[in-house]
Design a protein around this ligand. Sequence first.
Ligand SMILES: NC(=O)c1ccc[n+]([C@@H]2O[C@H](COP(=O)([O-])OP(=O)(O)OC[C@H]3O[C@@H](n4cnc5c(N)ncnc54)[C@H](O)[C@@H]3O)[C@@H](O)[C@H]2O)c1
Length: 306
Amino acid sequence: MRVVVTGAAGFIGSHLAGALAVAGHDVLAVDARSRGASPANIAELARAGIPVTECDLVTGDLAPLADADVVLHLAGRPGVRTSFGAGAPDAHRDNVTATARLLDACAARRPRFVLASSSSVYGDAGRPCTEDDRIDPRSPYARSKSDAEALAQRAAADGLPVVVLRYFSVYGPRQRPDMAFHRFIEAALDGTPAPLYGDGGQSRSFTFVGDVVDATVRAARTPLPPGTVLNVGHPVTVRLRDALDLIGTLLGTPPPTVPKDRAPGDVTRTWAGTDRATGLLGWTATTGLEEGLTRQIAWHRARRRG
Ligand SMILES: NC(=O)c1ccc[n+]([C@@H]2O[C@H](COP(=O)([O-])OP(=O)(O)OC[C@H]3O[C@@H](n4cnc5c(N)ncnc54)[C@H](O)[C@@H]3O)[C@@H](O)[C@H]2O)c1
C-alpha cells in the first residue's frame, strides 16, 4: 500500500510510520517542525530510512498527500490542559483547519482516510463508552476533535471512505513530555518533583502505543462502512494514583510529586468499550500496564544513556 502518515514525527505517528515501513508499505511521512515535530523522532525515523517531508497542513500544498491508497491523519495539537486560553486557537488550527484542508484535498481521489480522534470527546465515563454514546466534549481540545469528526462524517457522506479512531490515553516509548507517565518517570529518575493535578483519583483506559499502532494498521487495511467510529483503548480503566504506585515499584523509587489543582477539562474517568473494534477489526489491546510501563521506562533509561 502507498500510505501517507501525517504527524509522522509525533509520538504515535513515528511508531506507526516505522511499523508500516517495516511491513513493506510505501510510506510518505509528513510533519511540520514549526508545529512541534520532535527532532529526536525525525532523527530516529531517518536512521530507519524514513525521511520526514516538511508540510504544515494549514498552509502547505496538500495535493500530493491525496495520491495514496490510505491517508492516516494523526497530525494535530493534542493535550486537554494546554488547550485552554492561549492554546485554544492552536487546537482549532491544527485539529480542525488542518483536517478540513486535508479532507478537501482527498475529496477527488478518495483514498481510505483514517482520522485520529480522542476519548476526550466522551467527557466523563460512568461505564465503558460505546461509539454511539452521546458525546460531551469539555475542553477546547475535545471540542476541536469532535469538530474534526463532524468534518470527517460530512466527507464520508460525500463518499470518502473515512474511519474515525478514538484513541484513549496512549503511553509507551517516545511518549510526549507533557503527558503524565513521561513526567512521572523523569521525575523519579531525576529526583525532581513533577506536578500531580488533582488527587490522582482520575482513572483512564491507558493504552500501549503498540496496540494503538496495531488497531490503526488494521483500520487502514479493513474495508469498513464510510464514517465508522471505533474506540481504540484498553478495556481496563486504572486510577492515576495506582499507575504512579506501579511506576514507583518498577523504578524502585516513587516519583516525587507536587500537588496542583485539578486541571480544567480533566474528566474523572475514561473507559473504552471495545466490542466494535473487536468485531470489525479483530483487535483488542493486549499489553497490560506493567508490561507497557516497563517498556516505556526502558526507553527513558536508554535515552539518558544517549
Ligand atoms: N497521545 C494520546 O494519548 C492521544 C489520545 C487521543 C488522541 N490522540 C491524537 O493522536 C494524534 C497523535 O498524538 P500524539 O500524542 O502522537 O501527538 P504528537 O504531538 O506527538 O504528534 C502530533 C504531530 O502532529 C504534528 N502537527 C501538528 N500540527 C500540524 C500541522 N498543522 N501540520 C503538520 N503537522 C502538524 C506535530 O508536529 C506533531 O509531530 C493527535 O491527533 C492526537 O490528538 C492522542
